[in-house]
Write a protein that binds this ligand. Structure first.
Ligand code: HEM
Length: 88
């Protein structure tokens, strides 16, 4: 079962040593992906400890990128902290 994580906890992971990002109410630890991200480290750091759904979708990431996401998933956001999800 996926670990349930609060927004308060996510907010603590906004330094390069530990970067968590929320996308579609799931939580991703991208600490080890910063240097590999084709969109650059800064794009990820802008959303460190925050909800990056809008940013992620605005770029129009490929299916490969979406597939890659699965590798970094560490949990889901607590129900009380969830936002109304956006497409897709
Ligand atoms: C957190 C998980 C993320 C993963 C796994 C990821 C993965 C990728 C991958 C594989 C690409 C190469 C193009 C593609 O396949 O679509 C890419 C490009 C890009 N990403 Fe991300 N990305 C993530 C988050 C973000 C976020 C939050 C932003 C914020 C704006 C972002 C901005 C970009 C940009 C601007 C490019 C385009 C680079 C270019 O084509 O010049 N990414 N990303």
């Amino acid at each position: 079962m996926a670990r349930v994580i609060s927004l308060e906890e996510v907010k603590k992971h906004r330094r390069k040593s530990s970067v968590w990002i929320i996308i579609h109410n799931d939580i991703y630890d991208v600490s080890k992906f910063l240097e590999e991200h084709p969109g650059g480290e800064d794009a990820l750091m802008d959303y460190a400890g925050k909800d990056g759904t809008q940013g992620f979708e605005d770029v129009g990431h490929s299916d490969d990128a979406r597939e890659l996401l699965k590798k970094f998933k560490i949990g889901t956001l607590s129900p009380e902290d969830r936002t109304k999800d956006i497409t897709p």
